[in-house]
Design a protein around this ligand. Structure first.
Ligand code: CTP
Length: 566
């Protein structure tokens, strides 16, 4: 039986002292349901020379109705193996680098397994306080001030406080705090909401409490009065109580309950997002890395923290694509296997369309969105939108076009919705039934649905544009159409169509006559719908370059009236 919660350093007794012998060897093809029925006392099931899975992981999968999968499908593979004489230090090193389990072998026999979750680790001594102080600008300065205040508030309340998530990841990656880094995520081992209230009293800003999730956020805190960062806006601070999560169904929102920091880190998406920094004044800047996050940052790879991670929360597949593209990271082989498993096992009815839609928006908002969507295509992940979504090579071209259009529009200050534009690119070549099913799955309704549906049928529009040789005709065709629809025509059309759409969005749609309705009344155009018609005629003449000056417009109106009278 494992020597649970053994604290290092201690008398050196070797790997054997840490290992659990309650294990069962499973034939490679046995199903989860079968092995659970057979190994009543086993805590760990060994499924291969370097693969094993914990009882509770099998039970969790069985509880979701996945008992028919092979145990090997959800086992940890590529586990480190040591001999019975291996030292305790050697095993601990492996665990510290993120190994969930270590197999202890004597010859061909597996003698036992050391479970990283049952071995208490010494708090790491590495401090990143130096990196935190390397701030560079006023707003970064302000964030460090805020972190210190948070640590003091926590100390006053007797609760440990940590910075976690993207802030820590980017701090370690960049070797310093960037001013416009991600939001600050704080985790409190205790009552996060009570802590957030006290913190807001100290740092100001607007506090929003989400009691149903046990979280709170502070927006618009300002840097310390009188300090370097005085008045600098510090962005958003999210505060949560450290928690464990339980998923009642794959893809559903989890049920949460209070837990120590280490468990909170274990429930997270990737090891590089599961690092924490202590903010306590006595240990400010101490790095907590129980899951090998630093090692993965150095190796530039994303690694999930357990084989069922993507099954529990399939939105992590979109997050994987987003981080891989943004950070230029690879995906760990076992993580790819976990991803394929998640795509194989289900359709995730408990995963809401709103959550899928939110991931799409986040992804589309990235500067490297096309790269991230390409990864999703390569993984076959858009089957999460609809099981009939089929990869078409032409979608890669459409993605590249969408990316160019979004970049062009942004550089010209033209408002676009990248989420809609990438969605058109990804759905354009799917069958009509799949297009409709995906929009329904993503809970797209109302005007957004109308825009996207029109965009997905933009080919006739593109053909019409190809035939419109006068600017006024072009403008008549395009006026009133949403940018998403114009973008769709741009993406599917050739160079001349792209040029026309760009001209319309960049200049054409802003062209107006200088004369106003009042001016037309003064010139004798009768009040009523005729005013609008005359203004439209003026605009067309201007668009086609036949009217340039106000005098010419006046002359045109006079002749227009004569023609009407004739
Ligand atoms: N998280 C998770 N699983 C999710 C969403 C979030 O485990 N499906 C955890 C991760 O540890 C993540 C943290 O919650 O780091 C905060 O999530 P989020 O704010 O979305 O990401 P950031 O860490 O802030 O990173 P970025 O903003 O750069 O995406």
């Amino acid at each position: 039986m494992a020597k649970a919660r053994a604290v290092y350093p201690q008398v050196e007794v070797g790997a054997v002292a840490l290992m659990d012998k309650r294990l069962v060897l499973c034939p490679p093809r046995s199903t989860i349901a079968r092995v659970l029925a057979r190994g009543a006392d086993a805590q760990v099931f060994v499924t291969g020379p370097r693969a094993a899975v914990r009882r509770r992981e099998l039970a969790r999968a069985a509880g979701w109705g996945l008992g028919g999968l092979r145990a090997a499908d959800i086992a940890w593979a590529g586990l480190p193996v040591v001999g019975p004489r291996a030292s305790e230090i050697e095993v601990r090193r492996l665990l510290e680098r993120g190994a969930p389990l270590v197999l202890v072998r004597g010859g061909r026999r597996v003698l036992g397994v050391v479970d990283g979750e049952r071995v208490e680790m010494l708090p790491a001594s590495l401090s990143v306080a130096g990196r935190l102080e390397r701030t560079g600008d006023r707003s970064a300065e302000g964030r460090v001030w805020l972190l210190r205040v948070a640590g003091k508030v926590g100390e006053g309340m007797g609760v440990p406080v940590f910075a976690v998530g993207g802030f820590v990841r980017d701090l370690l990656r960049r070797d310093g705090i960037g001013g416009a880094g991600p939001d600050l995520d704080l985790v409190v081992e205790g009552d996060g909401i009570a802590f957030a209230r006290r913190l807001a009293e100290e740092v100001g800003g607007h506090l929003a409490v989400h009691s149903e999730f046990g979280t709170a956020s502070i927006e618009g805190a300002l840097g310390a009065a009188g300090g370097e960062s005085a008045g600098a806006s510090l962005g958003r601070v999210d505060v949560a109580s450290a928690r464990r999560e339980r998923y009642e169904a794959p893809g559903a929102l989890p049920l949460v309950s209070p837990a120590p920091l280490v468990e909170d880190l274990r429930r997270r998406d990737f090891s590089v997002n599961a690092l924490a920094i202590s903010l306590a004044p006595s240990g400010f800047g101490r790095l907590v890395d129980p899951l090998g996050g630093q090692q993965d940052l150095r190796s530039r790879r994303l690694r999930v923290l357990h084989p069922l991670s993507f099954v529990e929360d399939p939105t992590r597949i979109f997050r994987a694509a987003r981080y891989a593209a943004r950070l230029g990271f690879g995906i760990h082989a076992e993580t790819l296997r976990a991803l394929s498993l998640a795509l194989k096992v289900g359709r995730y009815p408990a995963l809401s369309g709103d959550r899928l839609g939110a991931e799409l928006e986040l992804l589309a908002g990235e500067p490297v969105a096309a790269k991230a969507f390409k990864l999703l295509l390569r993984w076959g992940a858009l089957r999460l939108w609809n099981h009939n979504y089929w990869f078409m090579p032409i979608s890669l071209r459409r993605l590249a076009a969408a990316s160019r259009f979004v970049a062009w529009a942004r550089s010209g200050g033209i408002g676009v919705d990248p989420g809609e534009i990438y969605l058109v690119a990804l759905l354009f070549d799917q069958r009509p039934r799949t297009k409709a099913a995906v929009l329904d799955r993503l809970a797209v309704r109302g005007e957004a649905f109308d825009r996207l549906w029109a965009g997905l049928a933009a080919e006739p529009l593109a053909r019409g544009l190809a035939r419109a040789h006068r600017p006024s005709l072009l403008a008549d065709i395009l006026r009133g159409k949403p940018v998403t629809v114009l973008a769709a025509a741009w993406m599917v059309g050739g160079a001349s169509i792209r040029h026309r759409v760009e001209w319309f969005l960049g200049e054409g749609r802003a062209v107006r006559p200088v004369l106003t309705g009042e001016d037309l009344l003064a010139l004798g155009v009768p009040r009523g719908p005729g005013i609008g018609r005359c203004l439209a005629a003026l605009r067309r003449e201007r668009l086609d370059g036949r009217l340039v000056t106000v005098a010419q417009e006046r002359q045109f109106v006079k002749e227009y009236l004569l023609r009407k009278e004739a």
